[in-house]
Structure formats: structure tokens, C-alpha cells
Ligand binder design. Sequence first.
Ligand SMILES: C[S@@+](CC[C@H](N)C(=O)[O-])C[C@H]1O[C@@H](n2cnc3c(N)ncnc32)[C@H](O)[C@@H]1O
Length: 289
Amino acid sequence: MEQDTSLCEECTSLDRKEIKSLCDKRKPSDGLAVRCVHGQSAKKLEALKKYLEIFCIAMKSKFRNRIFLDLFSGPGLCYDRNNRIFLNGSSLITLGLSNPFTKHIFVDSDPTTLNILRLRCGKSNPILLSSIEFMNVDSNSHIDEILSKIPKRHSISVVFVDPNGLDIHFETIRKLSAFPSSMDIIIHFSVFDLKRNLGNYKSGNEKADKFFGCHNWPRNSDEWLPFYRKQLANIGFSGIEGDNELIISIKTSTDAPIYHLIYASKHLRGLEFWRKVKKSIELPDLFPY
Ligand SMILES: C[S@@+](CC[C@H](N)C(=O)[O-])C[C@H]1O[C@@H](n2cnc3c(N)ncnc32)[C@H](O)[C@@H]1O
């Protein structure tokens, strides 16, 4: 983990919005821009890494084609502005696994971000470069094209869905579910974005409709997650978490959830892996990894 001892100029959230969180002031050793993140993001990245490690070891001898699909890739490296350290983002995490996937598909709709990622992967993992497909497209509108890159038979995939808010359409999740070979999905469920816009969403909002996959989603925030899980079950995911289960939540300093990480698979084995990861993240003293 690279440390950054120089002083951060601490931009505002508005500044970060303008630069799409891509900071070129915090320079890691590769000299490329990084994604500025809150300290809590480390928890999300740690959970992903642990899941992928378990998954890759278990599936190595079972499937010839093992694919990691990162639908919202980012630039590969993050700067944790609270702890002043650089952290590998989802795509670099997957390239660093000791039993790597056989194919990686990295998607980002922002051309600058994807170009940084491409350069970064070339510098950090030249050996795996030929296994990576970079796609500068919108993950929702181009999901058919993205899925056409994955073998329909003898393959298993992990899909990481990590948008900035509600930018994942349920129709896209439906298409992942309908794909003939197995897909395990980890989804960033943005409580913050739903709450922030609750006024608009209550009176009808296209963004929330697309996120939930319908118009009649509950207006009571306590019901959002159970409702979303029911939607996942309705499209064929049986390996989903129960409503009273431990959940990985990324929270503000006042303990309010910003987003949850939720899991969906068609196989109970994957859910068992995820449960193990959740315990090691949320109850680290009781369940050392
Ligand atoms: C939260 S960041 C991803 C962070 C990354 N997973 C990591 O671990 O560092 C979201 C990324 O999704 C991209 N993005 C936003 N909307 C998108 C869309 N509809 N399709 C594909 N990428 C999108 C943004 O450009 C941004 O880089």
C-alpha cells in the first residue's frame, strides 16, 4: 500500500464533482490520476478482494473460463483522503489476485477514466494485459454488447456493480440474470442517493424507477432493501441474503448508511463465500479471515 505524506489541499465535494473525483494532485508512483474517495471505501474494496480470493481458489479447477466483469471500473487506483493512502480500486484488485481470472472486462463510460485505467494496467500488470478488454461504453445501454464478450458455456463470472449512485438499471441486472452461464453479482446499493432525492422520488422519478425496475417501489426507506431483494428473487437469483442477515454497510461518521454491498447468485455456494467475507469484515474479532 503506497503512503502519501504530502499535504492534501482538501477540495470540496463540489470540486470533486467537477473533476469527476479524478485527482491529479495526489501523485502515486505511476504518475497517473487517481479517484478521490472517503476512508470508508477501503471496507468495500477489502470485501471485494476477500470474495475474489475465495472465489478464484474454489473455481480454478472447475471452470476453464473465469471472467471478472467490472461494469463501473474507475481509474484503477483510489486516494483515501481521510487516511492519506493510495488504495487499489476494483480493477487493479482483481489483476493482483494470486489465482487470477482468465478474462477481465473493464467498462467505464468516461473516456478519460478508462484511458487512465488502460495505461495503469499496462504499467502495473503487463503480463495480464492481453486478458483485459477495455470498453468505453455505458453499462446499461450497451449491456448486450458487453455480454457478447463472455462465453455462454463453460464459464463463470463475477460482476462488480459499483456506480456513483443509482446508475445501475434493474433491466441491466435482469440481463445478467438471463445470461446462460453463471454470474455472481456484488451490487453497490446507494441508500444515500435514494434518500437525498426522496422528495423527487416520492412523487415519481425515472432514475429510481429504472433502479428498482418498476414504478411501484416502496416510498418507506425501511422497505427498499427487502423490496430490491424480492426483485432479484423474481428474476431467478436464489442465492440472495435474508432480510435479517448481517450486511456490509458503508457509513458516515454519524453512522448513517451511505450504501450497502449486496450479493446475488444463482448458487448457494457463492452466497456461502459472501457470508464468510461479511463476517470477517463486520465482525473481524470473532471471525478472523
Ligand atoms: C464509483 S466509480 C467506480 C469505482 C471503482 N469500482 C473502484 O473500485 O475504484 C464509478 C465509475 O463509473 C463510471 N460510470 C458512471 N456511469 C456509468 C455508466 N452508465 N456506465 C459505465 N460507467 C459509468 C464513472 O465514470 C466512474 O469512473
